[in-house]
Design a protein around this ligand. Sequence first.
Ligand SMILES: NC(=O)c1ccc[n+]([C@@H]2O[C@H](COP(=O)([O-])OP(=O)(O)OC[C@H]3O[C@@H](n4cnc5c(N)ncnc54)[C@H](O)[C@@H]3O)[C@@H](O)[C@H]2O)c1
Ligand SMILES: [Zn+2]
Length: 352
Amino acid sequence: MEKIVISSNENIKSEILIEKGLINSIEDFINDNFFLITNDTLAKLYSDIVKKFDKKRVIIIKDGEKYKNIKTYTQIINKLLKEKIERKDTIVALGGGVVGDLAGFCASSVLRGVKLIQIPTTLLAMCDSSIGGKTGFNSQYGKNLIGSFYLANKVLIDPVFLNTLNEYQYKCGLGEIVKYALIEKSCKCEINYNLLDVLSKYQSLDVKKEIEYIIKACVHLKARVVELDRLEGSLRKILNFGHTYAHAVETLSNYKKISHGEAVAYGINCAAKLSYNLGIIDRDYFNRIDYLLNKFQLLQKEIKYKKTDIIEIMKQDKKVENQKINLLVPTAPAVVGLFDNIDLPSIEASLP
Ligand SMILES: NC(=O)c1ccc[n+]([C@@H]2O[C@H](COP(=O)([O-])OP(=O)(O)OC[C@H]3O[C@@H](n4cnc5c(N)ncnc54)[C@H](O)[C@@H]3O)[C@@H](O)[C@H]2O)c1
Ligand SMILES: [Zn+2]
């Protein structure tokens, strides 16, 4: 079993366990004081896990990013309060990033905070969203605008869940994994995982062969970044690579037509183009990034919105400071840099 711990300097600890078959021993981690939050798809697929919880303490939400909103949040909180949740209780989030983000925010806010266990079931959630304590939901003004930083006490990662994930969702996880490959050297992790080389070896979904190594690498990279900068004062911003563009097109699509992973791939592509146009990276590295994103078929969907609309939303993004769009761009293989002086015409030119 792999164990990676995030210990922040405020004495907050988050333990991440990674092992195939870990879920078979879920009884070791839960008891009567646990609430389960999952969605209707997973409740059917994994009814054996759901059955291990007291029926009254199981909360099933509707499946989909469009339900990651204040209405679902209120429904969950009301159910928790109706069932008389206490401070000693624990919320277990079983699902992808949508369930994890919403359940995490419920755990952070109900009774001013109860314990939280994340059981990520998508590749994206295993590699990214279940780690590091960002929780929340979307508002009509943009993605994830309401939320908190709230580390899960435990994250139980069992790659077995990936067996029921469809190809499309698998690829969405790869969007976030390519992000880690392109920021690896900026992450200050003591181990060199060489993710960029590992991903370059495989054609599309053949990458499954090394998925456990890849999950561990992403988790470890993120854990180190979060440990050094839990509240995103500086270093943690690198995890938003590609995301300012991504959130803009996700907002314009009303969270329906494109997945988060595809949006991130779109954002990485734009950021690479911006960097190349500005003479920061050379043609070879630009081509390498482009090849990687295409190889995993992450740029297949045509994402076409008015450039002025995209930029308007990028300006509203929560990472905007002093009316300048702060953007992360690749500067060298596996290295990114944060720039705050990029003019709007350059950003416009980086959009497809
Ligand atoms: N908190 C963070 O740090 C962070 C980081 C990245 C992304 N996110 C958020 O994560 C969300 C995207 O997460 P996602 O890609 O996991 O999407 P998701 O949670 O919507 O899951 C994708 C689909 O796969 C289904 N599914 C989940 N596990 C399955 C399994 N094992 N087998 C079969 N089907 C399964 C879900 O029901 C859903 O239909 C976005 O809302 C994004 O903002 C958060
Ligand atoms: Zn993301």
